[in-house]
Design a protein around this ligand. Structure first.
Ligand code: FAD
Ligand code: MLT
Ligand code: ZN
Length: 474
């Protein structure tokens, strides 16, 4: 049953966007359910604007009626920030129709795209023009550049190219009042006041709606090499990272670590992927080297690194991809851990960072504590070691009721992991964001003054609480 206000708003939205682009009936699961299928919301309506002007009109109409908006890109976020709450009173604003590439400036090494452009499409468009767009993550086939920027996504190339933030030069944003901030200039230098672009990036739809972005492009590397190595321990993996930095310099573009149990899940659920070496080591690492020098030179250097690492015991075995297809397969195995975990059943996800030097002690202490205190825990540890970022996840015990396990243990597990993160001066969200999943934890782990400033910024930019209320900040 809708209120008169809601009926009037729906009518206005239909006039603004057209009947077909305001959905309030039928199956809206793909918009209302989170990627992990753990939470389901209910929207007053799903609106699908075609351009920035329409986004601004929707925001104005909602703000005038006191209705809040949840922006959504590909809905692949992992912290429950992109779906409506259960009240049935929020408007879900999907940017998926806004996917035009506005310009590609080869001399400036930039590309300007609308927010709903799928990340993989952006990578392909850049490649067709002879450039690299380096942001890369497992969800790239469905996540959008707007969502990547709103969450400041990381992924597997951060080591060399930085997070989504570092790849962005300009934004077009619709504010909570329905004004449009045009800042798509693509300048590499611009010190004319506060850095609003960086304020918007990582704000998870709570400060503005990103409608377009100017992103950096890079020359396509001439050489690309990928190796998968078995390492005896986390300490050896960190030592190997140091060696790789020393031997490959800026050519080191990816360094991922995967625990044996994580890989056993990929082997179990996707046996056709043929996971290498997982049975012979507690951890494996995936190293990528891409360079501007020739493939032969790069290969020599890479092989030398592996020889040195064998020599000092950092690695016990390794395979090197012979061609692009093999390299892609190795990456595919790494990126399948999330899906394999989902196949295995319910699990508790973490996305933590600590200084790289502390990773071995963090893992040793937290593993021991969890095993001691929570019976039957299975630890799925993998992630972006080169960035000090681990997905330190906990799978319910193999036998028994996994729902009951989560109900009884999720909070305790989170507390144990987060307290450990705190002891090591880390962060409880390295790359996925806060959303609503970590909103109650944040006050316990964020500096109180920083949190207060965040609240003041939200109040200044969105005093009515129109944009994604209850996410990031309570
Ligand atoms: P959504 O999920 O739709 O939204 C995410 C947040 O951004 C929400 O708060 C939403 O309100 C807001 N938002 C979306 N679009 C806009 C916009 N245009 N303007 C303002 N706010 C907006 N993340 C990593 O960092 N690294 C990884 O390696 C990684 N791997 C992943 C692998 C898998 C299999 C999956 C499912 C997810 C992974 N993620 C990873 C999570 C990651 O946050 C998202 O995949 C991606 O960045 C979100 O993009 P999206 O378009 O799906 O955004
Ligand atoms: C990854 O690195 O694969 C992702 O961030 C997804 C995840 O944490 O499951
Ligand atoms: Zn990740």
């Amino acid at each position: 049953m809708h209120t008169t206000n809601q009926i009037q708003l729906l009518k206005r939205l239909r006039t603004l966007l057209g009947e077909a682009y305001v959905l309030s009936e039928g199956d809206l699961t793909i918009y209302e359910q989170d990627w992990r299928k753990r939470t389901r919301g209910k929207a007053l309506a799903v609106v699908r604007p075609a351009n920035t002007r329409q986004v601004a009109e929707v925001v104005k109409a909602c703000a005038q009626t006191g209705v809040s908006i949840v922006p959504q890109g590909g809905n692949t976020g992992l912290v429950v920030g992109s779906i409506p709450d259960q009240s049935g009173t929020q408007v879900l604003l999907s940017l998926q129709r806004m996917k035009t590439v506005r310009t590609l400036d080869a001399d400036n090494l930039t590309i300007t795209v609308e927010a709903g452009c799928i990340l993989q499409n952006l990578q392909q468009i850049a490649a067709q023009a002879g450039f690299l767009f380096p942001l890369s993550l497992g969800a790239e086939g469905s996540c959008t550049i707007g969502g990547n920027l709103a969450t400041n996504a990381g992924g597997t190339q951060v080591l060399r190219y930085g997070n989504a933030r570092e790849l962005c030069l300009g934004l077009e944003v619709v504010t909570a009042q329905g004004d449009v901030m045009h800042s798509l200039s693509g300048l590499r230098k611009d010190n004319t006041g506060y850095d609003l672009r960086n304020l918007m990036i990582g704000s998870e739809g709570t400060l503005g709606i990103i409608t377009a972005a100017t992103m950096k492009l890079y020359p396509m590397p001439a050489a690309n090499l990928t190796a998968w190595a078995a390492v005896p321990s986390v300490t050896h993996a960190v030592k190997l990272l140091g060696l790789a930095r020393q031997h490959l310099g800026a050519g080191l573009t990816g360094f991922e670590m995967m625990g044996q149990f994580a890989l056993s899940l990929v082997d179990k659920h996707f046996p056709h992927l043929r996971v290498p070496l997982w049975q012979e080591a507690t951890y494996c690492v995936l190293i990528e080297n891409s360079d501007s020098e020739s493939q032969d030179h790069a290969r020599e250097r890479f092989e030398h690194l592996l020889e040195v690492a064998f020599g000092n015991g950092c690695i016990t075995n390794a395979v090197m991809a012979e061609n692009l297809a093999q390299a892609r397969n190795l990456w595919h195995i790494r990126e399948s851990i999330t899906l394999a975990q989902a196949e295995e059943g319910l699990n508790i996800k973490h996305d933590i960072s600590v200084p790289i030097s502390s990773i071995p002690s963090f893992v040793e202490e937290t593993d021991a504590q969890l095993k001691r205190e929570i019976e039957g825990v299975r630890l799925v540890n993998f992630g972006h070691l080169g960035d000090g970022n681990l997905h330190y996840n906990v799978q319910a015990p193999e036998h028994g009721d996994s729902k009951a396990f989560l109900r009884d243990n999720e909070e305790r597990v989170n507390q144990l992991v987060y307290q450990s993160v705190k002891r090591f001066d880390g962060s409880i969200s390295a790359e996925h964001g806060v959303g609503s999943m970590k909103v109650n934890d944040l006050p316990h782990f964020k500096d109180p003054v920083a949190l207060k400033l965040m609240q003041q910024i939200k109040q200044a930019l969105d005093p009515q609480g129109v944009l994604n209320p209850g996410r990031v900040l309570r």
